[in-house]
Write a protein that binds this ligand. Structure first.
Ligand code: SF4
Length: 328
């Protein structure tokens, strides 16, 4: 194993009731996802709502049992059950949620919430725990007059700083950030991203960073994975993904961003329709009903994820034919 985190063929399928006498239908929330994340690096996970990003995050942390596949963290298999081993591993991998207000207890002063993990893992006495929490809160930009306030007395940006301080107080080696800035004002988002980068530099943590904001993902990631209907369809370095998107779905996502660092003169690609119902995933390539480049084979055979050069992988028949030299 080379990475801090290694995810192999991870799948999470549910049986969804159909009503009446109809048999429950399988919902493939995550369907064969694999990736590695080295220590101290950031993997950005992008895709439309419902593509399986957040389910992948929960599977990685062992908050959901996988239907199949495995997650190894620091060389150890993350248990499917919440046993003593899982609790020990969870100390080293923490989560930052989208909505800081719902992630915090409204009845407790924020400093008590930041120091709580130290209490749970029996670290130091009360005075030492408070001292460590105060030092960490100050280092993430919270002033002492805020320490004994309640979550509802803070702004959204201050609350997210509290959540971050609580998440890193045990010095985890992995931080899973699920849309950590989408609930914040635009003016605050840049500050929180800068703070995350600062935390990574200071403590050497790896981030699994989930967001639909491609500009932020480009700024913060060392590697980017694009998901569509539970599968990774393209993965590579951010400069490759954003300058030379290869998969038609990635091309459409990237074309929707207005930014000077994108390939100049690329037309906006507007996809037809919404993502299909995950209970009725189309045959062959799941993207074929919306793909402007779909071919007959796309309706019949699912494309596998293959190496397309420059350290990149993609799942598309078009690219497989190009790399193997077959005419379309
Ligand atoms: Fe489009 Fe076919 Fe590639 Fe799927 S496999 S993205 S339908 S060209």
């Amino acid at each position: 194993m080379t990475g801090l985190l290694e995810v192999r063929d991870l799948a999470c399928h549910y049986a969804v009731a159909q009503g009446g006498w109809r048999k429950p239908a399988p919902l493939r929330a995550v369907d064969g996802v694999s990736f590695e994340l080295p220590a101290g690096k950031t993997l950005g996970l992008v895709g439309e709502s419902g593509c399986g990003k957040s389910t992948t995050a929960r599977l990685v942390l062992g908050l959901l049992p996988p239907t199949s596949g495995a997650v190894h963290f620091e060389g150890e298999l993350v248990p499917a059950r919440r046993n003593a081993r899982w609790r020990a591993l969870r100390r080293r991998m923490q989560m930052v949620y989208q909505d800081p207000l719902s992630a915090l207890d409204r009845r407790l002063p924020v400093i008590d919430q930041v120091s709580e993990p130290l209490l749970i893992f029996a670290q130091g006495n009360a005075a030492e725990r408070r001292e460590e929490a105060a030092a960490l809160m100050a280092s993430v930009g919270l002033t002492p007059n805020l320490f004994d306030r309640y979550p509802h007395e803070l702004s959204g940006g201050q609350r997210q700083r509290v959540v971050l301080a609580r998440a890193i107080i045990m010095r985890p080696s992995l931080l899973v950030c699920d849309e950590p800035i989408s609930a914040l004002d635009v003016s605050i988002q840049a500050q929180v991203i800068n703070l995350l980068q600062d935390i990574q530099e200071r403590f050497g943590m790896a981030f699994l960073f989930i967001s639909h904001d491609l500009k932020v993902v480009r700024q913060i990631s060392d590697e980017v994975a694009v998901m569509y209907l539970g599968r990774i369809v393209e993965q590579g370095a951010p400069e490759e993904i954003f300058q030379r998107p290869a998969h038609p779905y990635t091309q459409a996502l990237v074309s929707a961003i207005a930014s000077p660092w994108l390939r100049q003169g690329s037309p906006r690609i507007v996809l037809e329709g919404d993502p299909p119902n995950p209970v009725e995933i189309p045959s062959g390539c799941a993207f074929h009903p919306r793909c402007p480049s779909a071919m007959p084979v796309c309706r019949q055979q699912p494309p596998g994820l293959v190496d397309i050069g420059a350290g990149r992988t993609a799942a598309c028949h078009l690219l497989t034919r190009q790399t193997s030299g077959t005419a379309c």
